[in-house]
Design a protein around this ligand. Structure first.
Ligand SMILES: O=C[C@H](O)COP(=O)(O)O
Length: 255
């Protein structure tokens, strides 16, 4: 059984002007190298600012344990794609990770598994770790389709040639994002166990090393329970990652 080092990732979404973003990143960096050193010894922390701040935040925290990621990337390296950002550009800006397939992208920009897989493939080619988001809607859960949907998204979004250490999966039930609602601990445990079983079909024993994050209304008050569930290897945090104290408390809850 491979030991997995948890990852606590903050997705700032479309939030943060330069001064606030830099202040938040510097506060987290100082905490990780000071009061939070014991947390840093057992878990990794990552922030994913909006594209406008990736380079500035990466420069500000360079050399520290705080990692920086993007929130999306294009499928190609460069070209006539107005408004898009390539994985290579994120890498050049100092990112180590990129979120792909977040449900807000799947909904707002009609991204499907094929496109998400192409984005994850581009991320790997650029030397980034893609954090591939999957998760069912409330209607799909109510219809008893949650595990089938998540399994289909997992296989459809996972790039060829992925290994257990080259990608990260984030299970985010859509209905739990930004709502204050979370699945029961048993539901989370069953879904993460199922994802790892699906991963074993594709990655063999490499599935033991795969990080499977939980995302959706993770807060300081529920982090210890969620992070304590078997096969939960960290969190993808939205709203609570915008407050340093809350994000630090969530990271501190890592076993
Ligand atoms: O990427 C993060 C997720 O969408 C969770 O967001 P949330 O913590 O605000 O529910």
């Amino acid at each position: 059984m491979t030991a997995r080092r948890p990852l606590i990732a903050g997705n700032w979404k479309m939030n943060g002007l330069r001064a606030d973003g830099l202040d938040l990143a510097r506060t987290l960096m100082a905490w990780l190298t000071g009061e939070g050193a014991a947390v840093q010894a057992r878990a990794d922390m990552l922030v994913c600012p909006p594209a406008t701040l990736v380079a500035a935040v990466a420069d500000a925290v360079a050399g520290s344990p705080l990692a920086v990621g993007g929130q999306d990337c294009h499928t190609t390296e460069s070209g006539a794609h107005t408004g898009d950002v390539s994985a290579w550009m994120l890498k050049d800006a100092g990112a180590s990770h990129v979120i792909v397939g977040h449900s807000e992208r799947r909904t707002d920009h009609h991204e499907d598994d094929d496109l998400v897989r192409a984005k994850a493939t581009a991320a790997l080619a650029a030397g980034l770790t893609p954090i591939i988001c999957i998760g069912e809607t409330e209607a799909e859960r109510d219809a008893g389709q949650a595990t089938a949907v998540v399994a289909r998204q997992f296989h459809g979004s996972l790039p060829e040639g992925a290994t257990g250490t080259s990608v990260v999966i984030a299970y985010e039930p859509v209905w739990a994002i930004g709502t204050g609602r979370t699945p029961t601990a048993q539901d989370v445990a069953e879904m993460h166990q199922r994802i790892r079983a699906e991963a074993r079909e594709r990655l063999g024993d490499g599935a033991d090393a795969l990080l499977i994050l939980y995302g959706g209304s993770v807060k300081p008050g529920n982090a210890a329970e969620l992070m304590g569930i078997a096969d939960v290897d960290g969190a993808l945090v939205g709203g609570a990652s915008l407050k340093a104290a809350d994000f630090q408390a969530i990271a501190s809850a890592c076993p």
